[in-house]
Design a protein around this ligand. Structure first.
Ligand SMILES: Cc1cc2nc3c(=O)[nH]c(=O)nc-3n(C[C@H](O)[C@H](O)[C@H](O)COP(=O)(O)OP(=O)(O)OC[C@H]3O[C@@H](n4cnc5c(N)ncnc54)[C@H](O)[C@@H]3O)c2cc1C
Length: 446
């Protein structure tokens, strides 16, 4: 029987940040981090910029100067030999270093930096909340005092014919990203016919990068009438669609996926309208399903996520949740929310880790902010986009590629889309949203 003070389930960015938070407050307690991937703690948002960026025609390597990925905080060392690194090297060996910009944490790094026991490529298969016991995929049983769930999500897989064919990909893990790059690289000078399915952040970003590959022919199939409908008003969404079309992405909006055709490998993508689009590869980006299997049938397995209080503790004392699965009360914008953006994941993980030790009791507060780059347009999506705006106001103009669209409810700013804006402008919008809430609280107190 393995015994630990703190069990952290899931070694994504949130899980690793939880371990950091624990160590800041408790230097001695035994921490066990379990994750089922071969490496830990990388930012999935960096997968597309690192792996899907077209090779530089002069050198054959990824053109790092154009990359929209955040600066590398910890380059991976090729030469080391632990399990995690082997996996990374294996995926990197086919291309020219696409993974180098990915801040991957290896088991050895984490053990040395944080003094935690790390089990990668290992799954927690059973989790007993009441007894504080769990079972690993290796068959070992373990007992923990406290736990934090950070199991994140997996790519949603539409239940359509042919979904298991070769070259039908989802983009969630390092392995997925490496496989997509491999197929693109095999396309050769003739290029690859790619169908991207979806209209959200990931689908749009993937299409915008893949269309830059030599000779690539990219079709984007989306059942909605516009891209990014969750964030953009109709006019801005139409403008973005025109940008995509002008850059060579064939837009098939209002088309619903019906299935994939081929014998063993994909040949066509079918839509419900009867269209058959020839494709050598499909990239399906239709959202995420949360990994809540361990807590299914418990009050922690709520479909929107695991409910936590502002301290990130679930209703089960001593059991916390962080990252994509945690549904926390957002006191700034209201309602229940799940974090978006790497910065928020890190901060939330650290708060959860610190609180888990019992040596701090810190609230998690965050104003929702997501950053995405498409064709050189840098978008900041700030605030609450859960309800369609009653009114929008445009500052600047879309054609110049520099604008802000303010989303208003009852005359109050609830969300904003900034395109190619300075940091100061984005911070100003956040201040305005926070001030509205502070004003509301003052009014209630009076
Ligand atoms: C390509 C891509 C681009 C993205 N871009 C953005 C973006 O620009 N902005 C943004 O806000 N978000 C983006 N996201 C979403 C973002 O990556 C997620 O919100 C984030 O990864 C969540 O982190 P997490 O640590 O909570 O979960 P995850 O990163 O999903 O990590 C959880 C880990 O736990 C493992 N696990 C699950 N169950 C078990 C178990 N029983 N035992 C052991 N391990 C388990 C999972 O396999 C996984 O490795 C993007 C996602 C993808 C895939």
């Amino acid at each position: 029987m393995i015994r630990c003070d703190y069990l952290v389930v899931g070694a994504g960015l949130a899980g690793v940040s939880v371990c950091e938070g624990i160590r800041e407050k408790d230097r001695k307690g035994g921490v066990l981090l379990v994750g089922n991937e071969a490496v830990a703690g990388y930012r999935r948002a960096d997968l597309a910029p690192c792996f899907l960026w077209p090779p530089d025609p002069r050198t054959g390597s990824k053109n790092a100067s154009k990359s929209s990925s955040k600066p590398v905080d910890k380059p991976v060392d090729n030469g080391a030999s632990d399990e995690g690194t082997e996996a990374v090297s294996a995926v990197g060996s086919g291309g020219q270093d696409p993974w180098r910009g990915l801040a991957v944490r290896r088991a050895a790094d984490l053990e040395a930096d944080l003094r935690v026991d790390v089990r990668l490529e290992t799954t927690i298969t059973q989790f007993n909340l009441e007894r504080r016991q769990a079972v690993l995929s290796t068959g070992q049983a373990l007992e923990f005092r406290k736990a934090c769930l950070a199991t994140g999500g997996r790519a949603a897989r539409p239940a359509v014919a042919g979904a298991g064919l070769g070259n039908v990909f989802h983009l969630r893990t390092l392995r997925d990203a490496a496989a997509v790059r491999e197929v693109m690289s095999l396309g050769g000078a003739g290029g690859t016919r790619v169908v991207v399915v979806g209209g959200g952040c990931l689908a749009a970003q993937a299409a915008s990068l893949l269309v830059g590959w030599p000779g690539a022919n990219v079709v984007l199939v989306h059942r909605g009438r516009a891209l990014w409908q969750r964030w953009l008003d109709g006019l801005t969404a139409a403008w973005l669609g025109e940008v995509f079309a002008a850059r060579g992405v064939q837009m098939r909006l209002g088309e619903t996926l019906n299935g994939f055709e081929g014998r063993t490998v994909l040949r066509n993508v079918q839509t419900k309208s009867g269209a058959r689009i020839p494709a050598a590869m499909a990239l399906v980006a239709c959202g995420v399903e949360l990994n809540l299997g361990l807590v299914a049938q418990t009050p922690l397995g709520y479909p929107y996520g695991t409910p936590v209080n502002e301290f990130l503790e679930t209703e089960e004392k001593g059991v916390f949740a962080a990252g994509e699965i945690a549904a926390y009360p957002d006191h700034t914008m209201g309602g229940l929310r799940r974090v978006e953006g790497a910065e928020a994941l890190v901060q939330q993980g650290r708060v959860a880790g610190g609180n888990l030790t019992g040596k701090q009791r810190q609230r998690f507060e965050w104003l929702p902010h997501r950053h995405a780059e498409l064709f050189g347009y840098a978008f900041d999506l700030v605030g609450d986009f859960s309800r369609p705006p009653v009114q929008t106001e445009l500052e600047g103009d879309r054609e110049s590629g520099r604008f802000v669209v303010r989303h208003l409810h009852g005359g109050q700013l609830v969300a904003a889309v900034g395109c190619n804006q300075e940091e100061g402008v984005i911070e100003g919008l956040k201040r305005e949203m926070r001030a509205r809430v502070t004003g509301r609280k003052r009014a209630v107190l009076r």
